[in-house]
Ligand binder design. Structure first.
Ligand code: PXL
Length: 274
């Protein structure tokens, strides 16, 4: 180990997530967010998603072999045994992957486990989402310290139907009750109104975070980047509410400065605040 000053040593942030080759979402979005927010980013890959330009940009999904997921986590945990206490969980994609990841998480103590409960990606079997939902609820929800469900995921996890802001508040409360975690439930473009509304609830504080909607189409990477920004801020010592506020600003700036390609959706630019 070198003997340089600890003052400049960055906080370490691990994401356990899938690759999305065009760079908009997944582990790529997480790593760019970590770098932008001055943490040292690490990835353990769970799956590889490749959009198919010949088939309406639907997702082709390939899981990483469970042993290989385990090996990556073994390497990371052994390398940073002294300093790794913050992890983000992104797309798992299957119950087997969830079991593998839960087992690795159980091998050490964590300060922050941020769960972005990604349930389904186009191109996966719908039945898959149900299995994944159950496995998430059983194996990952109880470990999480912070959960960032989008509209669909909040409905699945809470069992509630969400049409408006009050429904989103009820869902955030319910997800906190079943997990004990801080929750940021994201309304995104799916709740009517001029603002993109997210609800924060940690059992004590309820805060509705608002930003003017920028268009009415979801931007790729917004959810991943939001959870990654929360992860980075927590790793640097922010409270959950501070982390949520900073993450919302970070994502809003990234959507303002989004990147477009041939896909029908744009991608968030993590450098948007510069
Ligand atoms: O945004 C959800 C998401 C997460 N992770 C991966 C993805 C996607 C959506 O495309 O591909 C790897």
């Amino acid at each position: 180990m070198n003997s340089s000053s600890t003052a400049t040593r960055p906080a370490i942030t691990l994401t356990i997530a899938g690759s999305e080759a065009t760079g908009g979402a997944g582990a790529q979005a997480d790593l760019k967010t970590f770098q932008e927010l001055n943490t040292y980013g690490i990835i353990a890959l769970t799956c590889i998603v490749s959009f198919d330009p010949k088939d309406s940009w639907n997702h082709r999904f390939v899981p990483v072999d469970p042993q290989v997921i385990s090996d990556q986590l073994e390497a990371v945990q052994a390398c940073y045994a002294q300093s790794l206490d913050t992890v983000k969980l992104g797309m798992m994609g299957s119950p087997t992957t969830i079991d593998t990841v839960a087992a690795a998480l159980g091998r050490q103590a964590w300060k922050n486990i941020v769960l972005d409960p990604v349930l389904i990606c186009k191109g996966q079997e719908p039945g898959h989402a149900l299995d994944t939902d159950e496995a998430l609820k059983t194996n990952l929800l109880p470990l999480a310290t912070f959960i960032t469900p989008n509209h669909f995921e909040a409905e699945q996890l809470s069992g509630l139907t969400i049409n408006d802001e009050q429904d989103l508040i009820n869902a955030a409360r319910k997800i906190h009750e079943i997990s004990g975690a801080a929750v940021l439930a994201k309304g995104g473009v799916r709740i009517a109104g001029v603002d993109a509304v997210d609800v924060f609830y940690d059992g004590e504080t309820l805060e509705v975070l608002r930003a003017k909607k920028i268009g009415n189409v979801a931007v790729s990477g917004a959810g991943c980047s939001l959870a990654a920004a929360i992860t980075a801020e927590l790793a640097k010592g922010a409270t959950p509410l501070q982390a949520a506020r900073t993450a919302k600003e970070f994502v809003t700036a990234g959507i303002h400065n989004r990147v477009s390609g041939a896909t029908p959706f744009d991608a968030l630019w993590q450098g948007g605040r510069r």
